[in-house]
Design a protein around this ligand. Structure first.
Ligand code: SAH
Length: 369
């Protein structure tokens, strides 16, 4: 039994079932036993161990294309210097290392960038420091509120899906909140009747039109707060954000809570702290919050369409020419990132920007400019 499971069983025995977001927060971010407080969640199967693999870890092409997107936008927005190059939840720092490498080709871009990471895990902060140490001196933040007062270009890949969710179920007679309780020394889902759901006004505005009996509504208060903070920051200081995650592009409901360990789905209640836990990101809600903060939000794109429009195919061809013998691997990395049955469709891209920004490459052109 994981150490954290024993602790949580004791707490539930003393205080009763805990809401799912409280459970997920402990499982991922408990200072001692939380999953992200350990060193090595990421990695390819068999090669590096790890429990799951993210796009920047699949291929350098991902970070290179994002880097080109950022450098191009910086150029077209008038080359602000200095500007904050921000990443939320940078994991091993691979994405930023690729961004900084490719950013060297645009004179002025690397010199003007101040790199800021928002990261809670001390172990992952160390990994990020290692990843970018050749290129820059980076700054770390516990949350978005302490980012510097300057224009900002922000990227977040698989950040919002790692934030704790609540699940609320509609029933014939009212509502239940899904909580985690205990039975025979095991953690179990324990729905609790509640008088009314704890939805924010923004979350309410983004619910599907019809909620069937037994429908599960997932909400992510911490994700909403993070989005509100980052949008307020961009509204005040200028810039844009590129948010990439797996989730739904239109209003939806349903249970998407899942846990991964060693690249396999596992029971999320089996061993808290030992497996990664995620849930789908509600993109309509993130876009709604951006617009409420007076930013522009581009229509949500799929990761596959976005990367292809930025030149994924061309970059793959170049790499294949310059690395003979790696053709098959590069083709399979491209497919992994962009094919509809891999990450291409499930993963979505949302671009949000200050109203004074030029159009965002690879995302639908703004019609009002
Ligand atoms: N972007 C990386 C890692 C994704 S995993 C990649 O694509 O490979 C999620 C990341 O978010 C981890 O770095 C984790 O430590 C961080 N994280 C999770 N919750 C956080 C929070 N509340 N504040 C800041 N960082 C958080």
């Amino acid at each position: 039994m994981s150490a954290l499971k024993t602790i949580l069983l004791d707490e539930i025995a003393a205080h009763g079932p805990m809401p799912l977001d409280a459970y997920m927060a402990r499982a991922l971010a408990d200072p001692e036993h939380g999953y992200y407080m350990q060193r090595r969640p990421f990695g390819a199967p068999n090669a590096e161990g790890g429990d799951f693999i993210t796009a920047p870890e699949v291929s350098q092409m991902f970070g290179e294309l994002i880097g080109t997107w950022l450098a191009d936008l910086w150029n077209r927005m008038g080359q602000p210097a200095p500007f904050a190059l921000v990443e939320l939840g940078p994991g091993r720092g691979t994405l930023m290392a690729d961004v900084l490498r490719v950013g060297q080709v645009l004179p002025g871009f690397p010199e003007s960038a101040q790199v800021h990471f928002v990261e809670t895990s001390p172990a992952l902060r160390q990994a990020q420091k290692q990843a970018v140490r050749k290129d820059v001196t980076a700054h770390w933040h516990d949350d978005i509120t302490t980012l510097p007062a300057m224009p900002c270009l922000l990227v977040a890949n698989e950040f919002f899906d790692a934030l704790p969710i609540r699940q609320t179920r509609k029933t014939a007679s009212g509502w239940q909140e899904i909580c985690v309780g205990a039975k025979d020394k095991a953690l179990v889902f324990a729905p609790q009747d509640i008088a009314a759901p704890r939805f924010s006004e923004a979350a309410k505005a983004c619910l599907p039109e019809i909620l069937e009996n037994q429908a599960i509504v997932e909400t992510c208060p911490q994700g909403e707060a993070a989005m509100e903070q980052l949008c307020a920051h961009i509204a005040q200081h200028g810039g844009a954000a590129l948010l990439i995650d797996y989730g739904h592009a239109s209003k939806a409901c349903g249970d998407s809570f899942q846990a991964l360990k060693e690249h396999r789905f596992v029971d999320p209640l089996e061993a808290p702290g030992m497996a990664d836990m995620t849930a789908h990101v509600n993109f309509p809600l993130l876009a709604h919050l951006a617009e409420a903060a007076d930013l522009d939000a581009a229509p949500v794109a799929t990761q596959g369409a976005f990367l292809e429009s930025l030149g994924l195919n061309m970059r793959a061809q170049q790499l294949m020419q310059s690395s003979p013998g790696r053709e098959t691997q590069i083709q399979s990395e491209r497919a992994r990132l962009a094919a509809p049955d891999e990450m291409g469709t499930l993963f979505k891209v949302l671009g949000v920007a200050h109203k004074a920004m030029p159009p965002l490459a690879g995302l639908t052109l703004k019609t009002d400019k």
